[in-house]
Design a protein around this ligand. Structure first.
Ligand code: SF4
Length: 332
């Protein structure tokens, strides 16, 4: 792999940060026809190319101008780890300013009536300001928000990987290979609703039918519970799923490990989730998760928007990040 001097790309426009109307405007300002934007979007999000020279439907002069003035999600893959069964792939990415973030691809074979899935767990910030005590990212402190382009680029990295080599579950002969991303979860480094505008821009870009065309119902935003942002998200007319990292069943317990709970206690959080469900109609996709770093028990208290705190069985699942704790409960 060629490693570019990434600092030299700083002054260029990252095309992955632009919506289609913004890309049209960017091209028109440079004397190009607006319809070129759709062509360019096709190259970026359907053909998934990273080299302007390969965009042969664009005039050579435009390709040269793009190479001089624009980039396509500049970041360097510093390392990549695959699980033994190749169902989980984690990458360490260096951003233009040297900040490091992680992204994970999780692959699931078809099971029963559900088809195969390829889910990207995306980071939304370098570091995090929320300081959850069980979380390695939280202990790093906050560095900066990721741009919309940096969020989109994480998804496209794995999309290109699957496009180049589709995945089929080993030991499952006859299972369909999967060659595209089916879902994203904003559950990586950072609190996505703290980086609200860039996250929303990235989700809309990935949702665009002229581009990547990933349905909003295949996107999940995970939050520690920023109540005003949850309420704002419900008004966006974008039916993304919402996952709440609750982690503890009482305010007293939750505030010990999640400082955000002192500002937005559980009752306010649940009320916001109920309103989110009422406005978006996303009842079945909205879930509350409680993960207990303190309990080895497979039964503990949990909550859902429509039910008071109660007992539930904990289902252990693999979690992609070091700050994830080993149990996950979905009340969907
Ligand atoms: S769990 Fe999420 S919100 Fe809490 S510190 Fe870690 S990244 Fe930030």
């Amino acid at each position: 792999m060629t490693i570019l001097p990434i600092s030299s790309t700083n002054q260029k426009t990252d095309l992955l940060a632009l919506s289609l109307p913004q890309l049209q405007q960017w091209l028109v300002e440079r004397g190009e026809a607006a319809f070129r934007a759709k062509q360019l979007y096709q190259w970026l999000y359907k053909r998934l190319v990273t080299d302007f020279a390969a965009m042969h439907t664009l005039p050579p002069t435009l390709r040269q101008q793009l190479a001089a003035e624009a980039t396509i999600g500049p970041m360097i893959v510093r390392s990549e780890q695959h699980s033994k069964d190749d169902r989980t792939r984690k990458i360490l990415l260096e951003l233009v300013d040297g900040k490091l973030i992680e992204s994970v691809l999780m692959l699931y074979p078809a099971l029963g009536e559900s088809s195969a899935r390829a889910t990207v767990c995306v980071s939304s910030q370098a570091g995090c300001a929320f300081g959850c005590t069980f979380c390695a990212t939280g202990q790093m402190g906050f560095a900066r928000h990721l741009s919309a382009g940096e969020i989109v680029a994480q998804v496209l990295h794995f999309a290109r990987e699957l496009q180049a080599a589709s995945w089929r579950a080993a030991g499952l002969p006859g299972s369909d290979p999967i060659d595209h991303i089916t879902n994203i979860v904003l559950m990586g480094m950072g609190e996505p609703l703290h980086n609200y505008d860039n996250v929303l821009q990235a989700l809309r870009i990935l949702n665009s039918p002229d581009g990547f065309n990933l349905g909003a119902r295949h996107m999940t935003v995970s939050t520690v519970g920023l109540v005003p942002a949850i309420r704002k998200l419900s008004q966006e007319h974008l039916q993304v799923n919402l996952a709440i990292s609750l982690h503890a069943p009482t305010d007293a317990l939750r505030s010990q490990t999640m400082p955000v709970n002192r500002k937005y206690p559980i009752s306010e959080l649940i009320a916001a989730c109920q309103d989110y469900i009422a406005v978006t109609g996303r009842l079945t996709r909205t879930s509350l998760a409680i993960c207990s770093p303190r309990s080895n028990s497979l039964r503990m208290s949990t909550a859902s928007p429509s039910m008071p705190l109660r007992q539930a069985t904990i289902r252990p699942v693999p979690m992609p990040y070091e700050h994830s704790v080993p149990f996950y409960v979905s009340m969907a």
